[in-house]
Design a binder for this molecule. Structure first.
Ligand code: ZN
Length: 681
């Protein structure tokens, strides 16, 4: 096949989704990697290429061409999986990983970028351009490019070892989760919702058994811990679930992750030291908004001081309710969710199901567009001339107040076979102003809502509506960027602990009357959400917020302290540190055999090492940003314009703290977060 016939290499403004096939992937990616390698080779040998225009700009161009081909491939892999596509995708992904690893280690390229940063005209570059250079240098440093031998080889060996350990860690979690099951008798089903029974029958069938099988997959654990009347059953499942991948409970010791955790912690610490960081926590904060360990710890401890008394009170009430109403004398860890569920029903007399008729998908979509329109002055205009990958998908132009098309967005809302679960926003095209690659930003918004049936429109849960707003917030960050260099525009280059600001901010419009008046209309009567339902919904929102927060704080503090306080001589001392943290923040005392760290995949095999605090950190920003709208009017035009200009438009071109201050006129404060959890004094 020639390049000119390969739709992935065509210079079209949008991907030709009706023409892309699995066998286009390998030739396109091979070609683009070769092109990239050639470009890098030319740049490092050209002594002229030591300024922004002659080094960074060509790098942005070659990267953009590669992204242009890879984005639709990744998107199809997530939404239209097939054996042929999966195979082609994995093969290409492997080549890309290898390519990017080599690029991060390219000493000559690093020195060329370093020369740009040291050149006399660096200071005269735009803010975005300087940030792009600095981000690039940090990326190189964190991949160990500046090290000399023998540290360089040692660093590389550690990364390989860490990558193996992290895979082994998550596989052990998966294997010990899958290895356990328990056949439930009919009487043990008491209390479980009728809607959960087919799931337990399905698990039994998968194991070649009759009846109902409890497993350690999360829907099974959730249903049993929240609803099973049989206390012994709850204890059995709790014990199995909270000892997975450990030497405790009913599990095969070969899945025990304890020694993997020790090795991971030792290698992370050594690796951080090689890069001149005092600890892996210090390394993790390089390029994050929180910046110093003291700020992270102060933040978490402050929050704990406010959340803990509330959690203590909530637990005491729950214990009282369990004693008087459920006949449970002493609340054990396996009673907590069960009793909480009963108390919730008792107190609020309200179910998620009551809301669904008010959220038909077309109403929610037009409500969403109206919310965004009123906040940021843009309109969504459907287009029918754009090639799509599935009949459910749609495309909209995002049109600015002056009538100009600012961006584009694809929507793919419904669950179907071959589509990855969950919801996400992804980049299709990043804004580029350089004439050689000029393009408007285009986003993918993908959800997994239940599709409509012949008699019923798709009715969303309130959670679904929140999800949609969340992903739309990421989308707006991407689409309303004013930055012309893809690496620092939109969501690119934004600090990890600040990138959820726009997404979590948008969620608030699903919790206020003004937002819901646009989003909700009964699918039969067209009525807005009744006030009594709205009141119940709000009342239930803060149920057990204190208990939720102290759990998040326990995870965040444990993760952070573990990485910060690591000492090679003493080892990780995992359970000891966890006990210390629990003494500070937790209100529920788990049994001594509980082994939560052994399945903490976020930090041992995900990207959240010494970064779990980010969830709460970003929530402070989003709640405080929303508070500005509460003060000035939820759809106040000038506040909306300021949010657009100072947060959305600038992307990663400057530090998130600076953007926040430019919007809010001061540093972020935690009061609004506490209010959003119902914890304000
Ligand atoms: Zn998000």
């Amino acid at each position: 096949m020639t390049n000119s016939l390969n739709p992935l290499l065509a210079e079209t403004s949008l991907p030709a989704f009706d023409a892309i096939r699995a066998d286009h992937i390998a030739p396109a990616i091979d070609y683009l990697i070769r092109d990239y390698e050639q470009c890098v080779a030319d740049l490092v040998t050209n002594p002229q290429a030591r300024d922004f225009a002659q080094l960074m700009a060509p790098m942005e161009r070659v990267q953009t061409r590669l992204n242009r081909a890879w984005a639709p491939v990744g998107h199809l892999h997530g939404t239209m999986d097939s054996p042929a596509l999966r195979e082609a995708y994995s093969a290409a992904e492997e080549k890309l990983t290898e390519f990017y690893t080599a690029l991060g280690q390219n000493r000559d390229l690093y020195e060329a970028v370093l020369a740009v940063s040291q050149s006399p005209d660096f200071a005269s570059l735009s803010r975005a351009e300087r940030t792009l250079v600095e981000d690039s240098l940090r990326g190189f440093r964190l991949s160990g490019v500046a090290l000399q031998e023998p540290e360089r080889s040692r660093f590389a060996a550690i990364q390989t070892e860490l990558s193996k350990l992290s895979t082994a860690f998550s596989e052990a979690v998966l294997d010990s989760t899958d290895a356990w099951s328990y056949s439930m008798s009919e009487t043990e089903l008491a209390g479980l919702p009728a809607s959960a029974l087919p799931m337990f029958q399905q698990y039994a069938k998968e194991h070649g058994q009759e009846g109902w099988l409890a497993t350690l997959k999360s829907p099974s654990v959730q249903a049993i811990m929240s609803f099973a009347d049989n206390r012994k059953l709850r204890e059995t499942v709790y014990t199995a679930y909270h000892t997975r991948a450990s030497d405790q409970g009913p599990h095969d010791p070969k899945h025990d992750n304890a020694s993997r955790i020790e090795q991971i912690m030792a290698l992370r610490h050594e690796s951080a030291n090689l890069l001149d960081f005092a600890s892996a926590a210090h390394e993790s904060l390089d390029g994050k908004m929180a910046a110093t360990p003291e700020r992270v710890l102060d933040f978490l401890h402050d929050l704990a001081a406010k959340a803990r008394p509330v959690a203590v009170k909530e637990l005491a009430e729950l214990g009282e309710f369990a004693r008087t109403t459920l006949g449970i004398e002493t609340l054990m860890p396996w009673d907590v969710n069960y009793a909480a569920e009963k108390l919730r029903e008792h107190r609020f007399d309200f179910s998620e199901e009551d809301l669904k008729p008010y959220f038909p998908v077309e109403q929610v979509m037009s409500g969403l567009f109206a919310v965004v329109g009123r906040l940021f002055g843009v309109q969504f205009v459907a287009r029918s001339d754009v090639a799509l990958w599935h009949p459910d998908a749609r495309f909209y132009d995002v049109v600015d107040a002056d009538g100009s098309v600012r961006a584009g967005v694809y929507l793919d809302l419904y669950a179907r076979t071959g589509k990855r679960g969950g919801a996400w926003m992804d980049v299709c095209r990043a804004r580029a102003d350089d004439p050689a690659i000029a393009q408007k930003p285009v986003a993918f918004l993908v959800c997994n809502f239940p599709p409509p049936t012949p008699d019923l429109p798709a009715l969303l849960t309130h959670d679904d509506v929140i999800t949609l707003l969340h992903e739309c917030g990421h989308g707006l960050h991407h689409m309303l960027t004013e930055i012309g260099w893809p690496s620092v525009g939109g969501i690119s280059g934004v600090e990890w602990d600040a990138v959820e600001l726009p997404s979590q901010f948008m969620e608030n419009y699903a919790w206020c009357r003004e937002g819901l008046d646009l989003l909700a209309r009964h699918y039969q009567t067209g009525e807005p959400l009744p006030q009594d339902l709205f009141d119940k919904m709000l009342a239930a929102r803060h149920f057990h917020a204190g208990l939720f927060l102290v759990r998040q704080l326990e995870f965040a503090l444990f993760d952070f302290r573990l990485h910060l306080d690591y000492q090679p001589e003493g080892g990780a001392r995992v359970m000891e540190r966890l006990a210390e943290v629990r003494k500070q923040v937790a209100v529920i005392e788990p049994p001594s055999w509980q082994r939560f760290p052994n399945t903490f995949t976020h930090i041992f095999s995900g990207g959240y090492a010494a970064g779990y605090y980010s969830y709460l950190w970003a929530e402070v920003l989003s709640a405080d940003a929303f508070a500005a709208f509460e003060e000035n009017g939820l759809f106040d035009a000038s506040t909306g314009q300021r949010f657009r200009d100072e947060i959305l438009a600038v992307g990663g071109s400057r530090p998130a703290l600076e953007s926040f201050i430019a919007f809010r006129g001061r540093e972020p404060e935690t009061d609004a977060l506490l209010r959003s959890y119902g914890l304000a004094a």
